[in-house]
Design a binder for this molecule. Structure first.
Ligand code: DGJ
Length: 378
């Protein structure tokens, strides 16, 4: 090898090394075969590289879990989408194989998902009728900060992609909320006379569609899917029905905890009760989580306080909710997934996965340095 080629090779290796958080040999060894979760530490994939799937969601498909999340790059620029949505697969939830970029951003600067846009919290569900994998995400158009507040849609015939971008928009334009039985009159909106700030934002956005930022998708036992998102300048969470194909909003939705500024909604169901976990709105900084329960997906939802207990509970142990995973084939086994953001070096964000403990129908989330799935047997 001549000097030029040696220098080139060294540069290539250094480049590859610097583009991902460094992993110690102990952590690397663990990546070979992990048998436990170690929340907040570097989580190496099958290549020994820290998993790059922030604000993610999981899908269980044909015996494997697929983890979709925001691929972030190093530095502050990593808070914008420079690459796309990354996908990993696993059979045991501890060890993850890199499946590559499921949805690449577009090199075309006029495309909705142009490089440099903000593409957050992607979630994928499978539609049995169309046999399509359907990905929804929060989209902010390039160069507009968080002003656009749109939801984006992409679909694929294959679980790990590639996904094709279909459209982005603000949902439920022209539709008034659905009020489940038991909704107090005080919670009903009259756009001739909005009673507070959040109703004002709702009415302002009625013609063009509601703002849709932090989000999740929930698939109910009856095959219906719902898009749950922070609306009205984050003052309210909307729970919105998707059509049979899961590719559009039907116009039926309810407003949850209006006026209280909730982000990062994650939803699950146990024993016929719906649970919603969210956060406050403090940018990338952690704040106390909040949980709610309801007997119907549309509510009325009851505020239940902070599900986190013990030291660090007041800041969700440094994280923000992202998803709640029901473990396939196990009863009462749910993992609370949160992101510990590192906005100055976005790629270094960590994952906090913790088991949810049930006390009757109440929940608790406790910190654990390390844990494994055997906790669910007790
Ligand atoms: C908090 C949200 O939950 C994140 O997804 C992201 O949008 C940040 N805010 C941006 O500040």
């Amino acid at each position: 090898m001549n000097i030029k080629r040696i220098t080139f090779t060294i540069c290539l290796l250094a480049g590859a090394f610097l583009s991902a958080p460094l992993i110690s040999s102990a952590q690397h060894a663990q990546a070979v075969k992990a048998t436990q979760f170690t929340p907040g530490t570097i989580w190496a994939d099958n290549n020994g590289v820290h998993i790059n799937a922030h604000g993610g969601g999981l899908l269980f498909d044909k015996g494997k879990y697929y983890w979709f999340g925001e691929h972030k790059i190093a530095g502050g620029a990593g808070n914008r989408a420079m690459v796309g949505v990354h996908c990993y697969s696993s059979k045991d939830l501890y060890n993850w194989k890199d499946e590559g970029i499921a949805l690449p951003i577009s090199p075309d600067s006029t495309n909705d998902i142009a490089k440099g846009c903000i593409l957050e919290r992607p979630k994928v569900v499978y539609n049995k009728k169309t046999k399509k994998y359907v990905m929804w995400f929060h989209l902010e158009l390039r160069g507009q900060g968080y002003k656009a507040a749109r939801t984006g849609l992409a679909t694929s015939d294959k679980v790990a992609g590639p996904y094709t971008f279909i459209k982005s928009y603000r949902p439920n334009a022209g539709f008034m909320p659905f009020y489940p039985e038991g909704t107090p009159d005080a919670d009903k909106v009259d756009c001739a006379n909005p009673k507070n700030k959040s109703e004002g934002f709702f009415c302002r956005d009625l013609p063009g569609g509601q703002m849709a930022r932090d989000m999740n998708v929930f698939l109910d036992d009856d095959g219906k899917a719902y898009h749950i998102f922070s609306a009205e300048e984050n003052f309210t969470v909307d729970i919105a029905e998707l059509n049979d194909d899961y590719t559009a909003h039907t116009g039926k939705f309810s407003r949850v905890y209006a006026g209280h500024q909730t982000e990062a909604p994650a939803i699950f169901k146990r024993n016929g009760i719906y649970y919603l976990i969210g956060s406050g709105t403090t940018g990338w900084d952690p704040n106390p989580a909040r949980w709610f329960t309801a007997k119907s997906i549309y509510g009325p939802w009851t505020y239940r306080g902070n599900p986190c207990k013990g030291a660090g509970a007041e800041i969700t142990f440094g994280g923000q909710s992202t998803y709640v995973l029901p473990i396939a084939g196990k009863k009462d086994a749910f993992i609370f997934m949160a992101d510990k953001w590192t906005p100055k070096d976005a790629i270094d964000g960590r994952y906090l996965w913790l088991p949810i403990t049930f006390k009757g129908d109440d929940i608790e989330i406790n910190w654990a340095e390390k844990w494994d799935l055997n906790v669910f047997k007790k």
